[in-house]
Design a protein around this ligand. Structure first.
Ligand SMILES: O=c1nc[nH]c2c1ncn2[C@H]1C[C@H](O)[C@@H](COP(=O)(O)OP(=O)(O)OP(=O)(O)O)O1
Ligand SMILES: [Mg+2]
Length: 195
């Protein structure tokens, strides 16, 4: 089976990619290449960061690389945390601290004003080809406390759509039906099949 390298060291993302590419590609990630240094994400947009992560690795290894830059965009916080989602509460990239800070920032904000979306931008970079982008989103709203054990990142505080289920209450299969990452990967997959 063909290998596909994902320029991420995020275990939750790797699990999503492996499940979504099951039977199609053998997914490798930066977890398999621990010696590769972290790529500084200094872009203004998810696309900028996905492009940098994919192109730096594609050039270094001279092979096709996929990268994902994603995050939580909250309307009442003017789109924050956005591209700063991973480090919202500090450089240690601690999910619990990030969620705590979001809930503190939204203290007193009414239900109807807690709208948010997850955004995932995927970049496909190949040596001597133009980088291509695919974006997926998932609408929802922010809970008042953490609910559910599954997934990663901000899943426990993100109610999916108009439901009363957080992303962390979904099974991996259910999440992969509706998530921002699944929607972006579906477009990537359609492109790769057509190549
Ligand atoms: O499905 C998701 N469910 C919950 N939270 C999520 C999801 N997708 C992204 N997120 C959050 C986690 C992290 O706080 C940020 C990603 O930051 P982002 O820089 O793209 O990833 P990262 O630094 O963890 O790994 P890497 O850059 O190596 O891909 O958005
Ligand atoms: Mg990152």
């Amino acid at each position: 089976m063909k290998e596909l390298l994902i320029a991420t060291a995020n275990k939750g993302k790797v699990e999503d990619f492996k499940k979504l590419f099951q039977g199609m590609y053998e997914v490798k990630s930066l977890l398999d290449y621990p010696h590769i240094p972290d790529i500084i994400e200094d872009g203004q947009t998810f696309q900028d960061n996905a492009q940098k992560k994919a192109e730096v690795l594609s050039k270094a290894l001279n092979e096709t690389v996929v990268a994902d830059d994603s995050g939580l965009v909250i309307d009442a916080l003017n789109g924050r945390p956005g591209v700063f989602s991973a480090r919202y509460a500090g450089e240690e990239k601690n999910d619990q601290a990030n969620m705590k800070k979001v809930l503190e920032d939204l203290r007193g904000v009414a239900e109807q004003d807690r709208t948010a979306r997850f955004v995932c931008t995927i970049a496909l970079a190949s040596p001597d080809k133009k980088t291509i982008f695919f974006e997926g989103q998932c609408e929802g709203f922010i809970s008042h406390k953490q609910i559910g054990e599954n997934g990663f990142g901000y899943d426990p505080i993100f109610y999916v759509g108009q439901t009363t289920k957080t992303m962390a209450q979904l099974s991996l299969e259910e999440k992969n039906e509706i998530s921002h990452r699944a929607r972006a990967i579906e477009q990537l997959n359609n492109y790769l099949i057509g190549e």
